[in-house]
Ligand binder design. Structure first.
Ligand code: GAP
Length: 452
């Protein structure tokens, strides 16, 4: 199966069938573009977040972690420009009563049958575009008046800027240094859809890197390369990744450089991660609005407002890219199988432990013991229900890279069969050496198998 045959519908169907992701509030008819994650979805999201934090914080000397609040003082969003400018242009159709993004009419369908683009039929009656703010509003405290109005954060970045001084002083940092944060962000997107690609509630992973102004361009190039390599390291195929640099007309007024790391989703090339050279804009804005000077003062009196380079991505965009990249339908022998060829580093379950004949006490006991030993260190699953072939298929569909089968030979020589998800090759290893075998296998470099 070629990667181009992977459709979003197939990926959605598998994630539903295997309990990765469910439409949210389903028993009440759902709520547009919000999703709940089931067991395997949670495990896989945890792996993505852990790998990001490892690369951005644990393995570096120059980046520290932060976890700021979701609801901030509303003045933060005035200073950042979100209250005035975080908007999409909208038009309403007076005939079909639907609402569309004025800049995305060619991607929308009007409410009449047969459906056309909004404005294309004689009946369409579109209003003039007006600006619609994407921030979700809420109230803080018991009074519901203007003074209590607040917002759910539309990005995690501002929580970082407003803590710049704390980190500078208390973590004893000097530029270049970064602050990294992961957490939920909320946007009242008007044209959400395409599964998790554009949702109203998503988990961002953002890092603000503060640098001396003269070094900003160099750090910007560095982070584009670094982040592209990180996505490659997750196992995403090289041919499905590219960098697209924004033209001057596409960039925010304060940005001197923005690049999207794009992925070839089934819906076409789309932004996976953005890397922006934001200049001194954010720290300057918060200095002006708060009255607190956000600047670096060196030991010899040198002072400047650091420039900021920001790589920003959501777990959802990575999650969808990984699933689309990994999804394959194959014929093996006479049988068809669907398999997720995920990198072992992101696979929700690293190995399955399968007693060949579950009612055989010798096999059952050894399988349970092995499971008990492995689960202390790895995400593993014990499965003793159904035909062995069906159990393998189930593990293939959730992307489990290896299965250890306890069979007749195990009872004779205390070895087990290891089955490789991608090559289907089998080898035997001593049952006592499975933990170290698995540990070494997870450390090995991995690249996606060539398309069949
Ligand atoms: N602080 C900069 C910022 O938030 P952005 O381009 O608006 O920039 C950064 O968002 C990243 O967040 C995007 O590259 C994408 O990975 C993710 N993202 C943005 N909106 C999203 C949505 N509605 N659903 C899922 N992910 C989203």
């Amino acid at each position: 199966m070629a990667a181009t045959d992977v459709t979003m519908d197939k990926v959605v169907s598998l994630t539903r069938r295997r309990g990765f992701v469910f439409p949210s509030s389903e028993i009440y008819g759902g709520l547009g573009s919000t999703y709940d994650y089931g067991h395997y979805g949670v495990l896989m999201k945890n792996e993505i977040r852990t790998l990001w934090l490892r690369a951005m914080v644990q393995e570096r000397d120059d980046i520290v972690a932060l976890d700021s609040a979701i609801i901030l003082n509303p003045r933060v969003w005035e200073a950042s420009g979100h209250v005035a400018g975080f908007t999409d242009p909208l038009v309403d159709c007076r005939t079909c009563k639907l609402r569309f993004r004025a800049d995305k009419l060619e991607d929308s369908n009007c409410g009449r049958k047969p459906s056309k683009r909004p404005g294309e039929t004689a009946d369409c009656d579109l209003t003039e575009p007006r600006q619609f703010n994407l921030m979700f509003e809420t109230q803080v405290g018991a009074m519901q008046d203007e003074a209590s109005q607040a917002y759910l954060r539309p990005e995690t970045a501002q929580g970082i800027f407003i803590n710049f001084k704390n980190v500078l002083q208390l973590a004893r940092r000097k530029p270049p240094f970064g602050i990294a944060q992961t957490g939920k962000s909320f946007r009242n997107e008007i044209t959400p859809g395409n599964f998790l690609f554009r949702v109203r509630e998503f988990e961002q992973m953002e890092m603000e890197f503060f640098v001396p102004p003269d070094d900003a361009e160099q750090w910007y190039r560095y982070w584009v390369e670094e982040r592209l390599n990180w996505h490659r390291g997750l196992g995403l195929r090289d041919e499905n990744l590219r960098v697209r640099e924004h033209g001057a007309e596409e960039r925010s007024h304060y940005s001197s450089g923005t690049s999207d790391i794009e992925y070839l989703y089934p819906i076409g090339w789309q932004e996976l991660e953005g890397v922006a050279n934001r200049g001194a804009f954010d720290l300057t804005q918060h200095t002006q609005h708060s009255g607190t000077k956000l600047e670096y003062v060196g030991p010899d009196g040198e002072r400047y407002v650091p420039h900021v380079v920001e790589p920003a991505v959501s777990i959802e965009r990575i999650f969808v890219a990984l699933l689309c990249d990994a999804y394959r339908e194959e014929v093996v022998g006479e049988r068809e199988r669907t398999v997720l060829q995920l990198s072992p580093r992101v696979a929700p379950v690293k190995a399955a432990i399968l007693p060949l004949i579950p009612r055989d006490e010798g096999m059952a006991t050894r399988a349970k013991n092995l499971f008990g030993e492995l689960r202390r260190r790895f995400s593993v699953e014990h499965d003793d229900s159904g035909q062995i072939g069906r159990r393998y298929r189930r593990q293939d569909e959730i992307g489990t890279p290896w299965a250890f089968t306890i069979d007749e030979q195990t009872l004779e020589d205390e070895t087990v069969t290891v089955r490789d998800r991608d090559s289907l090759a089998q080898e035997r290893v001593p049952i006592s050496g499975v933990a170290s075998w698995l540990s070494a296998a997870l450390e090995r470099p991995w690249s996606p198998p060539a398309a069949a």
